[in-house]
Structures are given as C-alpha cells and as structure tokens.
Design a protein around this ligand. Structure first.
Ligand code: CTP
Ligand code: ZN
Length: 155
C-alpha cells in the first residue's frame, strides 16, 4: 500500500531508490556518491517525509542507473540505516542494507595539519572505522580521530 509520503514522488521504472536516509541528509548522500545532476540521469530527492521506522526520512531516486554495493556502502557514514532498492520495470528486484566498509579511502581528509596526507606528498588519506555507533574513524597515518561531526563538516 502506498503511504502519503510515497505519493509525493512517483514510482520509477528502472534505477536505484535509496530509502531511509536520516531526514535532511539526502544532499550529503548525493555528494558522497558524486552525483551532481550533470550526469543526465533523472534524480528525485524527497526530504523530511514521514516514515514508519524513522520519524522523518529522506529518499533519493536515481533513474536509469543501478548502483553497486561497493559504490554505495560509504553512505553508511551518514545514513547507516539506508536501504538500497534496485528497480527494474517498476519492481523492486533487490533490496540491501548499507554496511560501512572497514576502511574509507576517498571523500575524507585528515584534519590534523601535521599529518603526512596534508604535506603535499602524494599520499591518499585512509581511515579505519574504529566504531560505527557512535561513529569514530582513525587516520591510518597519524592516528587522528574523526567523529560524526567531523565527517559531516567535510561533506
Ligand atoms: N520505489 C520506487 N519505484 C518503484 C518501486 C519502489 O520509487 N517502481 C520506491 C518506494 O517508493 C520505496 C522504495 O522504493 O520508497 C522501496 O520500495 P518497496 O520495497 O516497495 O517499499 P517498502 O516495502 O515500504 O520498503 P521497506 O520495507 O524497505 O521500507
Ligand atoms: Zn592523519
């Protein structure tokens, strides 16, 4: 059965629906995924709609593109309860929860000014996930900790 919130944006024919994003974080999810809108896909964003599970949530629908778990899992940094629905011919054919990878290689930089990753060396930032809830990441190079707020500041 369709709830009122689901009627705000129509069903898609083919593509990916990212559901159960914490309210207000849809744009941050798109940023992590590097989706700017200039790729040409139809992208629908629904923000702050009511959800059975979360109170309020955001939803992102990307038409004509099936996102792979490897590309999507890093959104668990800000949307740990998101579900990824692959839609083909209007049917959800695959539904997966996101799982945070044990290491994060891109998207974040180390806030420690003395870190080798900030020294104009060709070193790619790399973080270990020490704890998922509360979120805590640790720089591979200098041991600096990043918490949820530090991550949000960068996205
Ligand atoms: N959806 C869509 N287009 C489709 C099919 C589904 O946009 N052709 C969206 C739905 O609106 C919903 C999400 O994909 O936001 C998941 O769909 P579905 O599994 O049918 O909904 P629920 O059973 O409510 O999902 P969950 O149990 O994960 O909450
Ligand atoms: Zn560092």
């Amino acid at each position: 059965m369709l709830s009122d919130s689901e009627l705000k944006v129509r069903k898609i024919k083919d593509g990916t629906v990212i559901d159960h994003i914490p309210a207000g974080n849809a744009l941050a999810v798109l940023k992590i995924l590097n989706i700017t809108g200039r790729e040409g896909h139809t992208v629908s964003i629904v923000m702050n709609v009511s959800s059975k599970r979360l109170g309020l949530k955001d939803i992102v629908k990307i038409e004509g593109r099936e996102l792979k778990p490897d590309e999507v899992n890093k959104i668990a940094l800000i949307a740990p309860n998101a579900t990824i629905n692959i839609v083909r011919n209007y049917q959800v054919v695959e539904k997966k929860s996101v799982t945070l990878p044990s290491e994060i290689y891109d998207i974040l930089s180390c806030p420690n000014p003395m870190c080798v990753t900030n020294a104009n060396e060709p070193v790619t930032p790399r973080f270990y996930v020490d704890s998922e809830s509360p979120l805590r990441l640790r720089c591979h190079y200098c041991g600096w900790f990043l918490e949820r707020e530090d991550v949000l500041k960068q996205i």
